[in-house]
Design a protein around this ligand. Sequence first.
Ligand SMILES: Cc1cc2nc3c(=O)[nH]c(=O)nc-3n(C[C@H](O)[C@H](O)[C@H](O)COP(=O)(O)OP(=O)(O)OC[C@H]3O[C@@H](n4cnc5c(N)ncnc54)[C@H](O)[C@@H]3O)c2cc1C
Length: 302
Amino acid sequence: MPLTQDQLAEIEAQRAETAPTLRATAPGMEKRLYTAHPVLDHGLIRVIDYMGDDAAICQAARVSYGTGTKSVSNDEGLIRYLMRHWHSTPFEMCEVKFHVKLPVFVARQWIRHRTANVNEYSARYSILDREFYIPAPDALAAQSTVNNQGRGELLEGDEAARVLDILKTDAARAYDNYEAMLSTEGQKGLARELARMNLPANIYTQWYWKTDLHNLFHFLRLRADIHAQYEIRVYAQVMCEIVADWVPLAYKAFADYRMGGVNLSATAMDCVRRMLKGETVTQENSGMSKGEWREFEGVLSL
Ligand SMILES: Cc1cc2nc3c(=O)[nH]c(=O)nc-3n(C[C@H](O)[C@H](O)[C@H](O)COP(=O)(O)OP(=O)(O)OC[C@H]3O[C@@H](n4cnc5c(N)ncnc54)[C@H](O)[C@@H]3O)c2cc1C
């Protein structure tokens, strides 16, 4: 369900209200503030508030009395140094608060990230909307044959239609019965806190989620990664774009060292050194297991 006219008007009204401030603001984030970014079929993510910018990271690192920034190249060098050496606390000086609308099964993965503050829409207090995640054709796939924790070939034709029909009918029936069970005038029915237990995990929930930049980077490294489930990855990807606008220098360092970089074990480093000397290194003489070697080959694109 797209945002209603009232909801859009509320967002516009909030964006129209400005107040002078002495606090640091990030132009890229100001442009995004409050606006809803659509994700999946009914989901969204929007920034509700934030604190700090690239300069705040440098300010904290230098424990400065003023803004703490020097030249852009000096600041970028410092931020890259901090990222490279896992000096994480300066990144914790920046905070962000998101409003996220997401399917319950995605929320279950998301909530595992404990270093955030969360407040979820109460289905004890309010009636949930009739909104269910139904995968688009390019996300409807069979169990992977090589990865127990993933999907493989896309479903097509009759098989795709059969599965979609089950998903849609079950969601519709469960919601009809949810409504039919609720206490209303004329029937005792069930309390909202009980009636919801019959709803499937693809129903949408919403929450406010606040965290600091260090822990957000940790979340993004795990959830924007190709190994994360598609349905949470798409949220993380939108968040990456937002963070790139908010703290461009820190995001660039994160993309370089964490998203684009790799960790190599001492054994793997030894193999790299032997290869650089011209030795033929194979899985058999590498000291690595088959799985480790496969990943190592992937990293080096051998
Ligand atoms: C691809 C993928 C597959 C996964 N598969 C599974 C699965 O099959 N089953 C499953 O249960 N989970 C699974 N998870 C969830 C995963 O194990 C973590 O729970 C989740 O990623 C949160 O990570 P975190 O604990 O580092 O994050 P956060 O909770 O944000 O914590 C950040 C860091 O703070 C520290 N910390 C926070 N709280 C504590 C604490 N109470 N005690 C000690 N240290 C703490 C830790 O150092 C932690 O790394 C999966 C995650 C991913 C990305």
